[in-house]
Write a protein that binds this ligand. Structure first.
Ligand SMILES: [Zn+2]
Ligand SMILES: [Zn+2]
Length: 168
C-alpha cells in the first residue's frame, strides 16, 4: 500500500522473520516533501534494510534540494544536499534506552524525523545562494544580485560590462 500522505512511512514488517543477514534495498524518491519546517524537493534516496540479531539496520543515502535562506542576500533558495545515515531499529524485547529506535508491532516505521535530522546535519552553517552572491547593501538593504543602488555605483558599471559581453 502506498501511503500518499506520508511517503516516508515504510513497511518493514516483512523483514522481521527473515534470517539474520538478509537485506533489501528500498528506493525512496519523492518529488516534494514537507518535513515540519523543512521544505524538500527532488528527494532521491535508497534505504538498505538489513536483518541483524537485534533488529533492523537501516542504511540510507541520497540527495535532495532543501529550501533555506542565503546568509548574504537572505533570499530563499533550494540548496542541493547529499546525506547518509545508519540507524538500528531494535525489537521491542531489546528495549533499553528511551532514545533507542524500536520496531513497532504493525511493521511500519516513519522515517520523517530521521530524514529531517540528517538533511539538516548535511547543510552548511552558512548557505550561499550562488558562489558570487553580492548580498545586501549595508546602507539601504537593496539586494545587489537584483538591483544596484546609489551606494554601489561600481555594480552599475559591472552590469554594463556583463551586458556588453552577452550581446557580443
Ligand atoms: Zn545570496
Ligand atoms: Zn544601498
Amino acid at each position: 500500500m502506498n501511503n500518499y500522505s506520508n511517503p516516508l512511512r515504510l513497511n518493514v514488517g516483512y523483514m522481521y522473520n527473515k534470517p539474520i543477514g538478509t537485506s533489501r534495498d528500498v528506493p525512496v524518491e519523492i518529488e516534494t516533501l514537507d518535513l515540519e519546517d523543512l521544505l524538500v524537493k527532488d528527494l532521491q534516496s535508497n534505504v538498505r534494510i538489513s536483518r541483524t540479531s537485534e533488529g533492523l539496520l537501516l542504511q540510507a543515502e541520497g540527495e535532495a534540494q532543501v529550501q533555506t535562506a542565503c546568509v548574504l542576500c537572505l533570499v530563499d533558495f533550494y540548496l542541493p544536499v547529499k546525506f547518509d545515515f545508519e540507524e538500528l531499529y531494535q525489537f521491542p524485547s531489546r528495549y533499553r534506552e528511551e532514545t533507542d529506535l524500536i520496531l513497532p508491532y504493525d511493521g511500519y516505521i516513519d522515517l520523517r524525523s530521521l530524514y529531517r535530522e540528517y538533511l539538516i546535519l548535511a547543510m552548511p552553517i552558512k548557505p550561499i545562494c550562488q558562489p558570487d552572491c553580492r548580498g545586501l547593501c549595508a546602507a539601504c538593504g537593496a539586494n545587489l544580485n537584483e538591483t544596484t543602488c546609489e551606494h554601489h555605483p561600481e555594480l552599475e558599471l559591472l552590469k554594463g560590462i556583463t551586458k556588453g559581453a552577452e550581446s557580443a
